[in-house]
Design a protein around this ligand. Structure first.
Ligand SMILES: [Zn+2]
Ligand SMILES: [Zn+2]
Length: 343
């Protein structure tokens, strides 16, 4: 099969084509696994972290991609949850031990044996992929393949972040950074918390305009002061400045939730601006979001179908994966980028 393969860690400043189009053997489904013909695979910021080594793949060569929608074409031994032809999704959680304390408490995202799709196992930048059937999800009919792809990560982790803010209806929500995940959170918040106001902080004017089109009551630059104090803020940026700047806008007891798998070091020195009375005093909290568990994906898919929300998407071919990744790196973002692989 054809696949876009990452052979080694590299810097995207120096390499414009980190992935190489290759011919690799078709995956073979094992015990309780299904073989999936990939229809669409979303392009996520985490791929940049993998390519540049901030969350390095555990093997090379590796096929990236963890926002996969496709159809079951073969089932392994003792796999009976799906039929041939069923449409399924695969997200960042590829597997977890299912036996440890975290797994049993429904925190399988914290499992020590958590394996990630497209990092610890081959993902969806390919014609076919395979997964344990219990880690695949039925996709609601209302979505096209490409529309559903970003839901598997950006949507599910956005759902988890919103859950971790502990927001109550009527409280003010801030979003700093306005990419694929944040724009889904904005739509979700509008449905789940209709009396809450959403304030968006974004560096680019396009993103700010887009946020207001989608219902934000206010949008300003990353370091601006919001017109009202915020009960919680979700950060989806890859850097440090937005964290420091967000904290000053929180009410006492407010919570900042950081939804980023890794932060880049480019502006780490901004952290020395952290001023205790302005940014942390009055019981302000900071919490990170780690990965997703299966529950986040299935609950979000259901919620998205009910509202319904549809992501803004931009399609690329499999061959154009490098182009999509570079545009993401350069923050040329208007909605979610998706590789359309089979129709
Ligand atoms: Zn992702
Ligand atoms: Zn476990």
């Amino acid at each position: 099969m054809k696949a876009m393969v990452l052979n080694k860690i590299c810097s995207l400043e120096e390499t414009k084509n980190p992935l190489e189009m290759s011919d690799v053997p078709d995956p073979v489904p094992g015990e309780k696994e299904i073989l999936v013909k990939v229809s669409a695979c979303g392009v996520c910021h985490t791929e940049l972290d993998e390519i540049e080594g901030r969350t390095p793949p555990s093997k090379f060569p590796i096929i990236l991609g963890h926002e996969i929608v496709g159809r079951v074409v073969k089932t392994g031994n003792n796999a009976g949850k799906f039929k041939i032809g069923d449409r399924v999704g695969i997200g960042w959680i590829y597997s977890a031990c299912q036996g440890c304390r975290f797994c049993l408490e429904s925190n399988e995202n914290l499992c020590e044996n958590f394996r990630a799709t497209g990092r610890d196992a081959n993902g969806g930048y390919a014609e076919y992929t395979k997964v344990i059937e219990d880690f695949a999800y039925k996709i609601p009919d209302v979505f096209s393949d490409s529309e559903a792809a970003p839901f598997l990560c950006a949507g599910a982790i956005g759902y988890r972040s919103l859950r971790l803010t502990g927001i109550k209806d009527g409280q003010n929500l801030g979003l700093t950074g306005f990419g694929a995940s944040a724009h889904l959170v904005l739509k979700m918040a509008g449905h789940k918390y209709p009396h809450s106001k959403v304030f968006v902080f974004a560096r680019s004017k396009n993103e700010r305009e887009f946020a207001q089109e989608l219902g934000a009551v206010w949008a300003g630059d990353t370091d601006e002061e919001s017109p009202e104090k915020l009960d919680c803020i979700i950060d989806t940026t890859p850097v440090w400045k937005p964290i420091v700047e967000a904290l000053k806008n929180l009410v006492g007891g407010g919570r900042l939730v950081i939804n980023a798998i890794r932060k880049e070091d480019v502006d780490k020195k901004y952290l020395v601006r952290l001023n205790y009375p302005t940014h942390l005093w009055l019981e302000k909290e900071i919490k990170s979001v780690a990965n997703v568990e299966r529950r986040d994906i299935s609950e979000f898919l259901e919620l998205a179908a009910t509202i319904p929300i549809k992501p803004e998407i931009e399609e690329f071919t499999l061959e154009e994966a490098n182009k999509a990744l570079l545009e993401l790196k350069e923050r040329k973002i208007r909605g979610a980028k998706v590789l359309k692989i089979h129709s």
